[in-house]
Design a protein around this ligand. Sequence first.
Ligand code: GSH
Length: 221
Amino acid sequence: MLKLYDLSGKNDLRFSPPCWNVKLCLIINDIQFKTIPIKFSDKNKIAFSKQELVPILDYKDGFVNDSWNIINWLNKNYSEKKIFKNHSSKIFSYYLYLWTSRQLLPILFKIIAHEIPNVLEANDIDYYIKTREKRINGPITKFVPMISSSIEEFRKSIDPIRKIIIKNGYIGGEKPGIEDCIFFGNLKWVDVCSSCNLLKAEDPVNKWYKDLLKISNKQIS
Ligand SMILES: N[C@@H](CCC(=O)N[C@@H](CS)C(=O)NCC(=O)O)C(=O)O
């Protein structure tokens, strides 16, 4: 069975956006897998991959890391599932992967950076604070004064996605597709790490998220 190395926090909380994107893809495509929980400071457990980030998918004869590479590997090795419906869907999915990881995640990070230690324990708290404070060149509370404006910025930047969801039901069309998976993990991250109201209750993206949340809860071992 496929094994997915998945970031885990306090009480085994799974909170990593790209890990959730891959898990939802496996679930909606009915591909059996089990997860291997990895703490931030468990680097020795993933040393075999010669890099330090999850998700990593371990298959019988090897492994693949990075959510986009994993999705492509699944598309190739489970070709009957048609994870990318066609070439255009692959190009749009790649756009979503780049846009979410390079543009959306940094906005979301500003909203929740200071709350993430609450979902971590022991050495991971120190690890997170040290590595992130080095990255942002300041304290993890640096962005707190900008939370409301960052939430506004996020709500505005997802307007094209909102329009697609209103028109079709899902980003991938009438049913959840890989495009939905790539967007989902980002909202799940904020949902489990933060107390903020990222989306207005009446936002159609909220209903979309709740639908996918139910699906994502289907199978996690
Ligand atoms: N582009 C990568 C991003 C992977 C990534 O940044 N993973 C984070 C968790 S969300 C991680 O493993 N962090 C470990 C660390 O910071 O030490 C992907 O899509 O898989």
